[in-house]
Design a protein around this ligand. Structure first.
Ligand SMILES: Nc1ncnc2c1ncn2[C@@H]1O[C@H](COP(=O)(O)OP(=O)(O)OP(=O)(O)O)[C@@H](O)[C@H]1O
Length: 710
């Protein structure tokens, strides 16, 4: 370990996993991203005769591992769709000669680790035939399945070809399997065992000879400092904020900016470099970037000639660079935020994981996930997390994962602290008290509900931003009837006193923050209107609205009905946002300035009017290994072939149909670019009345309407 990998001590459960591996056991090992899973098979691979087969989901991940191993002088190879035919033939010849060589010892030229993508197992009969020869020659030491949660549809990264890995145990029943993952809730664990035909888990302390040993390490990484920063409304200002953040806090540090779409990644990379006058050197990484370019960028980033990689999710699994000091995110799912933040601080040193958020993100994301109930629930989890200015981020993650994935709270317990102990170093733990105002906003909530009821009664509807403006009396206090009842849209004057006992006395930002809180707590709901061009998101009274709106204003003022509390961000003296790149006080107190005065980790709270945005996103694994049949082994065993084809067919048939052709998985929503249309052009009038039920989709496909981000 010291000589080859330069590592002096084992981390977490590495030693146990290595030992179990050397004992030829089936093992499932769950360690956080960056925990050190690779060592758990790379070290045993060097210490046992034969070749260790590693199945890994992405070419980028494999390339990275090969790079490391070659640097360490380890005989490691990869066989993927991108491997040239000549090289593939050479590798296969080496493996074939290993298979036929006598004796159990090791030869100098033996391939110790062979990395493949799952497609190789699923589709290449020749390769399976070669594996069989290795097994017959006693030269297949173990099979490692990295990111093993990809076999399960219950996990967040299901990949159809992973399911076909069940053929491995069928064909090679005596080769030990090591399944590795960073996120593996109990249901997913059961799925992994079932699909890979691994034996049931046995007690690790008194492990019977047969059975899988399960190792898990705490998910909490204390060197990662989570924070949510306010995101400006215009794309240009977001770039400026990021540039400022990087130059102030991480001027000479490597980092990643995760973006929702490929286009976003390109724009952010270009603009970040431009806005910083070239001081921040950026690169772009997404599925459409050519492999050679990806490798080049990865190399430059590792060497430090590129400082920041602006990337989609494609730049993720297995990216191993120790000194990543910051990871910035646009709003996305909590799972994604957690997973991708794991790229930071893998060397154990402090790193910042920043989420840029503004309440208006609710609208953009909602328009993407409107047809997907699961997606909507996840969005609300994210909004709750982002808006929370009190609870420790570590505890929020622990609660979220234990609820959403049945991960036990104990997964967050470490030797030093329990899962429910505050981390003491996230933004909420270090927030200066004067930068947050906790307020009873029951009356304001009642007013908003009453205003929405009045708008709804006139057939109108309001976006988050529109409601905020209307509630404060902007635009002369009038609203559009929306043309849902009448053929022609009309402006109607809102009688504030009669409807809501006056205008709402909160700022625009505060109303937007409150609106999002009311959305996630179901006092408000969302309605979507799809047009040929976009999906618009409106707020409507939610399923709990009547609990409050049935009372009169006087009753509410006098304490009747539920009480609504909300936290609002307040302006504080501007300081460096977080401190992984600067001084950090990792303690229970607040961050202090030079004079010891507590200061905020939050930026300015003012949020400007949103511009036009496009709602498009695409999830994950664009980098699927397409070609597999091309790698030719001349002497394919026909009988084996047939068995193999049958086995794969049976697995295929057992799969639910929705997983079949889902190579570029996940959900996708595309939006045609919209111009800043100033005026509404009415083609016809929709006939349906809006429902008060949350989530109702209006049928206005035939209407052409003007578009804004909301
Ligand atoms: N015991 C150790 N001591 C010090 N550094 C270690 C140790 N084990 C692993 N590392 C280093 O930690 C980094 C992360 O390791 P590795 O890539 O194996 O993580 P991982 O668990 O596979 O993460 P991911 O899930 O993101 O792929 C590597 O740079 C590795 O060299």
């Amino acid at each position: 370990m010291k000589k080859v990998f330069g590592i002096s001590n084992f981390r977490l459960c590495q030693q146990g996993v290595c030992n179990a591996n050397m004992d030829g056991r089936d093992v499932v090992c769950v360690m956080p991203t960056g925990g050190g899973k690779s060592l758990t098979y790379q070290l045993p691979a060097l210490l046992t005769p034969g070749c260790t087969l590693v199945i890994s989901p992405l070419i980028s991940l494999i390339t990275d591992q090969i790079l490391h191993l070659r640097e360490a002088g380890v005989e490691a190879v990869m066989l993927t769709g991108g491997t040239s035919k000549a090289l593939a033939n050479e590798i296969q010849q080496r493996l074939t000669s290993m298979a036929s060589s006598r004796g159990g010892g090791q030869q100098e030229r033996d391939i110790k680790l062979c990395y493949v993508t799952p497609e190789k197992i699923a589709k290449s009969k020749g390769f399976m035939s070669l594996l069989r020869k290795l097994v017959e020659g006693g030269k297949l030491a173990r099979i490692v399945i990295d990111e093993a949660h990809c076999v399960s549809q219950l996990g967040h990264d299901f990949r159809p070809d992973y399911k076909k890995l069940s053929a491995l145990r069928q064909f090679f029943p005596h080769v030990p399997i090591l399944a590795l993952s960073a996120t593996c809730p109990p249901k997913v664990l059961q799925d992994i065992l079932k699909i890979l035909h691994m034996k049931p888990v046995v007690d690790g302390k008194a492990a019977a000879r047969e059975g899988t040993i399960y190792f898990s390490a705490p998910l909490y990484r204390k060197n990662l400092h989570y924070s949510v920063l306010p995101k400006p409304s215009s794309a240009k200002d977001v770039i400026s904020a990021m540039s400022e953040y990087i130059l102030q806090n991480h001027k000479n540090n490597s980092g990643i900016v995760y973006c929702l779409t490929k286009k976003d990644a390109e724009t952010v990379a270009e603009n970040l470099q431009a806005v910083s006058n070239g001081r921040i050197r950026t690169g772009v990484y997404h599925a459409d970037i050519a492999d050679a370019q990806k490798e080049g960028l990865h190399r430059q980033w590792r060497q430090g000639s590129v400082q920041v990689v602006c990337a989609t999710i494609a730049f993720g699994l297995g990216i191993d660079k120790g000194n990543v000091r910051f990871v910035l995110h646009h709003t996305k799912s909590l799972d994604g935020y957690y997973q991708e933040s794991g790229r930071a601080g893998r060397d154990g040193q402090d790193a910042d994981c920043v989420l840029y958020y503004r309440p208006q993100d609710a609208t953009r994301q909602s328009s993407i996930t409107c047809t997907d109930t699961d997606g909507q629930a996840k969005l609300h989890d994210m909004l709750r997390f982002a808006q929370d200015m009190q609870e420790c981020r570590k505890i929020l993650f622990a609660k979220y994962f234990s609820a959403s994935s049945d991960l036990s709270m104990a997964s967050w317990t470490t030797e030093e602290s329990s899962a429910m102990d505050k981390c003491g170093h996230c933004d909420n733990c270090t927030r200066a008290p004067e930068t947050v105002e906790h307020k009873d906003v029951t009356v304001e909530t009642w007013q908003l509900l009453k205003i929405l009821e009045a708008v709804d009664a006139q057939g109108g509807r309001q976006t988050i931003a529109g409601l905020s403006d209307l509630a404060r009396g902007l635009g002369g206090g009038s609203f559009d009837t929306g043309g849902k009842r009448q053929k022609v849209k009309e402006k109607v004057q809102l009688d504030y006193d009669a409807v809501a006992g006056g205008k709402v006395g909160l700022s625009k930002d505060d109303i937007e923050t409150l609106t999002v809180q009311l959305l996630v707590s179901r006092y408000l709901g969302e309605a979507f209107s799809s047009t040929a061009y976009t999906v618009n998101v409106y707020v409507i009274p939610g399923e709990l609205a009547l609990r409050l709106s049935r009372f009169s204003r006087a009753d509410v003022v006098n304490g009747k009905g539920p009480r609504i509390q909300c936290s609002f961000k307040r302006q504080a003296r501007k300081v460096k946002a977080t401190a992984a790149g600067t001084k950090r006080k990792v303690a229970t107190g607040n961050i202090s300035d030079e004079e010891g005065v507590p200061v905020s980790v939050a930026g300015p709270s003012r949020i400007r009017k949103p511009g036009v945005t496009k709602a498009r996103t695409k999830r994950q694994y664009q980098e699927v290994d397409e070609e597999e049949e091309a790698v030719g082994v001349e002497d394919i065993d026909e009988e084996e072939d047939e068995d193999f084809t049958n086995a794969i067919r049976m697995i295929d048939e057992a799969e639910p149909s929705d997983a079949e052709d889902d190579e570029d998985r996940g959900w996708e929503y595309s939006l045609r670019p919209t111009q800043g249309v100033a005026k509404k052009r009415r083609v016809s009038t929709p006939t349906k009345r809006p429902s008060k039920k949350a989530g109702k989709q209006y049928d206005i496909d035939h209407e052409v309407i003007s578009l804004s981000s909301d």
